[in-house]
Every structure is written in C-alpha cells, then in structure tokens.
Design a protein around this ligand. Structure first.
Ligand SMILES: [Cu+2]
Length: 213
C-alpha cells in the first residue's frame, strides 16, 4: 500500500510538473515574441558621426585583419549568399525582426515588408493554417519559407529543391529556433515541406539545438 501511494504521488508530481511546463512554455512564447519596435528604437543610443580621422584609420586597416577579429563574434556565414527574399510580417513582430537579422547574418538579402493582413499572404503563397507561423519569406525564385526556418535547411532546400515542393515551414514559433531564443530553452520541432498539391511532409526533425547549425 505504501509503495502504491508513493508511485501515485510521484506520478502526480510528474503530471503537475508537465502542466507547469506547458504553462510556462506558452507564456515564454508570448514573452519571446512580444517585443515591439517602439521600445527597441526608443532605447537605442544615438551614434555620433564618425570623424574624418576615424574613417581614414578604418580604411587603412588591412581587410584580412578586420575579418579575423569580427568573424567569430558575429558568427556570419554565407549559407544564403546570392539569395534574395521578401519577408512579409507584422510591424510589431519582434521575433520576425530577430529572424531577419539572423538570416541576414547568414547571407540572405532580405527585404522586410510590414503588412496589415498577413492572412492574405499566407493564402497567396499556399501556407495552410496548420503550417502557419509569424512571418512568410518568399525568395525571388518563388520559394516560400514560413516562420523560423534555420538558414542551414533553407540553403539545403534551395540547393536541391524537391520536385513537388514549394518551400518549407516551421509551424508555430518553437522556443529555441532561430530568432526565438529565450534563455537556453529549447523545444524540439519539425521542419515541414509544403508541396504544390497542398500536402506536407517532414523535411527534418530538430531534436537538439545543434541540429539547426
Ligand atoms: Cu516569430
């Protein structure tokens, strides 16, 4: 009897912990993607114009040395070099801006376009409700990348687009995906392939953070 009670209470504790985790995760989602543009721009310090002397000094510095110093800090890659895309988003979407910055750091030539009715664009580019996230990225070649898709998988897809595919989607906004960083939290997620006929299939399973890199 005692053993049974212990088992029960430990199961019950696990359940409570799960419920708490789910609640915490949902509020994290909101917290991670609710920074508005206004607060960010208000607090941005005004940068003084560089003087002529500083500019000359920068030009005189050898290019190789600059690269060597900055590369490890900003983690730039050329995965999406030569890819141009328009990103349709809401003006107040903080995580959309985060993702655009991340994609640009990976070489994407992104043009952000604020729209009032995102559903128009989801429909236009065949992103079904189950596949939807915050922003919709459309390349100049017409491929669609919905939400917080990792640069690695965009590049992999564009290098060899599957025959019937129109693009990739990360539905929802998983915490820990690119642009959705929150502390060190990570929620496993799937990258879905969207096909021309409206069907979807799993393109990649992201179970651990390093699989995004
Ligand atoms: Cu988002």
């Amino acid at each position: 009897m005692k053993r049974y009670t212990n088992m029960f209470s430990s199961k019950h504790n696990q359940l409570s912990a799960r419920v708490l985790l789910v609640m915490a995760t949902s509020s994290l989602l909101l917290a991670a993607c609710s920074q508005s543009n206004t607060s960010a721009s208000d607090s941005q310090p005004v940068q003084p114009e560089p003087t002529v002397a500083t500019q000359t000094a920068q030009v005189a510095q050898p290019q190789a040395e600059i690269t060597a110093v900055t590369a490890p800090l900003i983690n730039q890659s050329e995965l999406l070099k030569n890819v141009s895309a328009t990103v349709y988003k809401d003006a107040n979407c903080g995580c959309c801006k985060e993702w655009i910055g991340y994609a640009e750091d990976n070489g994407l030539n992104a043009t952000a376009q604020d729209v009032t009715d995102l559903s128009v664009f989801k429909e236009r580019y065949s992103v079904s409700p189950q596949m939807q996230s915050c922003h919709t990225t459309v390349t100049t070649d017409g491929y669609v990348f919905e939400g917080h898709v990792p640069a690695k998988h965009m590049a992999q897809f564009l290098a060899n687009p599957p025959n019937d595919a129109i693009g990739l989607a990360v539905p929802g906004m998983p915490v820990g995906s690119p642009g959705m960083e929150y502390q060190n939290q990570f929620m496993p997620y799937q990258i879905m392939q969207i096909n021309k006929d409206g069907t979807t299939s799993v393109y990649a399973d992201i179970e651990l953070p390093h699989q995004q890199l």
